[in-house]
Design a protein around this ligand. Structure first.
Ligand code: ADP
Ligand code: 5GP
Length: 221
């Protein structure tokens, strides 16, 4: 018998800068084709090695604001002085293809998504310690010292939002975090509330099949 048709999950991964959201999200999608990474739009400049359309859609402010005006953003927020947003189109594509959509966004964005898509699965990622987050951000080498300070200041506000989330993961060892994330997702896929009619229809079909099998043997219930 075929497995249940699992519903498309909308997953928000949030947490302070340097927690490892992007690393974790990217790792998950390279291993699991049933996940689609939601490529955000941003007005910030591309970092060395970042590709337009792959890491972000790099837009100027006028174009970004136009997309907000025309209702094409599922959510958006200003983070560290730049605009970031999730094109609604990403969600349409994921649902059309039956994939899960993984959003790597900030806590302001997570709040907006919760308002418009209440069934969203929200996961908060914590770095293992204060020193490690500073080391990781320095190691990433993508910001100067001023920008780094700004990210650490924003981290405080992000961390205060932890209780708004359903799940929390400490990203110490990457493989272990990935394993835990996968186990959360695997459980969520099987929730009857998410499967909706699919679970009930499957159970009803089994009732009919059992009755038929009994009839064939000349028995009845
Ligand atoms: P975020 O997207 O949350 O800002 P990144 O994914 O960019 O964070 O990670 C910040 C830095 O930390 C990157 O250089 C990344 O390679 C590194 N990193 C992420 N997760 C881990 C981990 N579990 N162990 C060690 N380094 C990590
Ligand atoms: P970075 O510049 O390091 O790539 O991202 C900075 C912050 O912006 C991170 O906290 C990241 O999660 C957040 N961010 C990235 N994309 C989006 C988005 O589409 N919407 C919102 N609200 N935040 C985003």
């Amino acid at each position: 018998m075929q497995d249940l048709r699992v519903p498309s999950l909308l997953v928000v991964l949030a947490g302070p800068s340097g927690a490892g959201k992007t690393t974790l999200a990217r790792l998950l999608i390279t291993r699991h084709p049933d996940f689609l990474f939601s490529v955000s739009a941003t007005t910030r400049a591309a970092r060395a090695g970042e590709q337009d359309g792959v890491d972000y859609h790099f837009l100027d402010r006028a174009r970004f604001e136009e997309l907000v005006r025309t209702g094409e953003m599922l959510e958006y927020a200003e983070v560290h002085g730049e605009l970031y947003g999730t094109p609604r189109y990403n969600l349409d594509v994921a649902r059309e293809r039956g994939q899960h959509l993984l959003l790597d966004i900030d806590v302001q964005g997570a709040r907006q998504v919760r308002r418009v898509e209440p069934e969203v699965l929200s996961i908060f990622l914590l770095p293992p310690s204060g020193t490690r987050v500073v080391e990781r951000l320095r190691g990433r080498g993508s910001e100067d010292e001023d920008e780094l300070r700004q990210r650490l200041a924003t981290a405080e506000a992000e961390l205060r939002a932890v209780s708004e989330f359903e799940y929390v993961l400490v990203n110490d060892e990457l493989e272990e975090t990935t394993r835990r994330l996968k186990s959360i997702l695997a459980s969520e896929e099987r929730k009857v509330a998410r499967l909706g009619k699919e679970a009930v229809e499957r159970a009803n079909r089994l009732i009919s099949e059992i009755r038929r099998a009994l009839n064939e043997r000349g028995d009845t219930l």
